[in-house]
Design a protein around this ligand. Structure first.
Ligand code: ZN
Length: 462
């Protein structure tokens, strides 16, 4: 849908921007970007948006009614902000899923309850649960060394801490492939130590997947203290038995959607600067850090640019992706569905690592010495943002379009506490600090605005 431009209310910008607005004919893109950044920090618009989303909608599991309500909420919000074009693109997600009961306990030799949560996409146990001896491995590699059939009838438990290999190893090798690899060796269920850096008695969920030719077994994550307790028990006793009850429902094919909103460029409307975040979240908390904060950051950046008296030269496109958590389904759909116009995407970046602050600017493009990049780097310096050394794909949902040649900038955020909260019931709004999220909104608005105003014909070879 389209909306007429709102009348300019320069006074709403505060003194710095009002002065620049009054003389906008002579204001440089750099000075306007600095004023936008100041505005992002003086207001708490990003936090306000994250607050409304997590309060009015709550958790937003992929393919759920809640995720759909969040999409409608976002359309309405973009409309209130006066974006020029707003639309939704729906797509199918094959593995719809809904959490059920989830309990576990040690039944022998020393009965005690365990804190667990089902991995997203897990199959259920029988309603009465399963009770079996465990086979505990301190690393995933130790489990993978076991021959087929060696875990027959057992519950496989992997207690590898996240510190070894970081998140990608845990999420990929353990959470995603662990259940099928355990089943291949005969296990009847799979438990893993949560992929998290906290010591709270709270479990971290996250998506798992099953290999087609192998029996699908129930899979859950243990809280870190419970995984450590099983480590100690296994050092003292030869045989430990666990009872596990998981009753999630598989819902078959469900629908998710990306929400897209644009400020039409005044000089190069066909050229797109894309800011992304994902609207879906896991179901245990309210998805404040992952990724309500990101939604707040990019929507705030867009709204601040929308409120300028003169529209940006290029089109600013905000994409709130659906179904990221179960395998970047919305990001892949966007890259496929918009394949024809990807060549017009000047640059893309995503906020999906919590609230910030942004610490590094990493780039994923060929001509890294482009003067536009130097200008953006310089504009980010007052926020304490340094040039990063790693190559960036722009963020999880940007990855698929980046793989097809879209240049990316990665505004890399501080994640010191991110994996304490990530995918848990503790991912709630109270964890967001205004100063941190405001700095991030400032970094994103600077990057988007300067990319829309300056040079920037950086193409990369797919
Ligand atoms: Zn995320």
């Amino acid at each position: 849908m389209t909306h007429p431009r709102l009348p300019l209310r320069a006074i709403a910008f505060g003194p710095v921007l009002a002065t620049l607005v009054a003389s906008s004919a002579i204001a440089s893109p750099e000075s306007l970007a600095a004023a936008l950044a100041q505005k992002a920090q003086d207001t708490s618009l990003a936090l306000e948006i994250a607050t409304d989303l997590t309060t009015e909608i709550g958790p937003r599991l992929y393919g759920s009614e809640s995720e759909k309500r969040a999409a409608n909420w976002a359309v309405k919000r973009f409309s209130v902000y006066g974006f020029d074009k707003i639309w939704m693109e729906s797509f199918s997600v094959e593995r719809g899923w809904k959490r059920g009961l989830e309990t576990a306990s040690v039944t022998s030799p020393s009965p005690q309850s365990l804190v667990i949560t089902a991995l997203g996409g897990s199959v259920p146990t029988p309603a009465e649960g399963i009770e079996a001896e465990i086979a505990l491995f301190k690393t995933i590699d130790a489990m993978l060394e076991q021959p087929e059939g060696s875990l027959n009838g057992k519950i496989a438990v992997v207690t590898q801490p996240m510190a070894i290999g970081g998140y990608s190893k845990i999420s990929g090798a353990i959470r995603s492939k662990g259940p099928s690899e355990a089943a291949r060796r005969g296990a009847i269920a799979f438990l893993m130590r949560s992929a998290g850096t906290d010591n709270d008695r709270i479990a971290h969920t996250g998506g798992t997947s099953y290999l087609p030719e192998i029996p699908r077994i129930p899979a859950a994550a243990l809280s870190v203290p419970d995984a450590q307790q099983l480590d100690r028990l296994s050092e003292r006793f030869d045989k430990i038995r666990i009872k596990l009850v998981l009753t999630p429902e598989e819902l078959g094919t469900v629908t998710s959607q990306n929400v897209i909103a644009e400020i039409t460029g005044s000089e190069r409307p066909d050229e797109i600067v894309l800011l992304g975040a994902h609207l879906d979240s896991w179901d245990l908390g309210t998805g404040a850090i992952d990724d309500g904060a990101g939604v707040g950051i990019v929507m705030a950046a867009g709204k601040l640019i929308r409120d300028l008296p003169n529209p940006p030269k290029r089109t600013i496109r905000i994409v709130l992706f659906g179904a990221e958590e179960i395998g970047i389904i919305g990001g892949q759909y966007y890259a496929d569905h918009h394949a024809d116009e990807l060549a017009n995407h000047i640059v893309a970046t995503e906020a999906d690592a919590g609230q910030g602050p942004v610490e590094f600017m990493n780039i994923g493009l060929d001509n890294t010495l482009d003067p536009t990049l130097a200008t953006i780097r310089k504009a980010l310096q007052p926020l304490g943002i340094k040039s990063g050394r790693s190559k960036s794909s722009g963020g999880p949902d940007i990855g698929p379009m980046h793989a097809k040649g879209v240049p990316a900038i990665g505004l890399s955020m501080n994640t010191d506490d991110y994996f304490d909260l990530h995918h848990t019931a503790n991912d709630t709004l109270d964890k967001i600090e205004p100063k941190r999220i405001n700095q991030s909104a400032a970094a994103f608005v600077i990057t988007a605005y300067l990319a829309s105003e300056l040079g920037g014909y950086y193409r990369i070879q797919p």
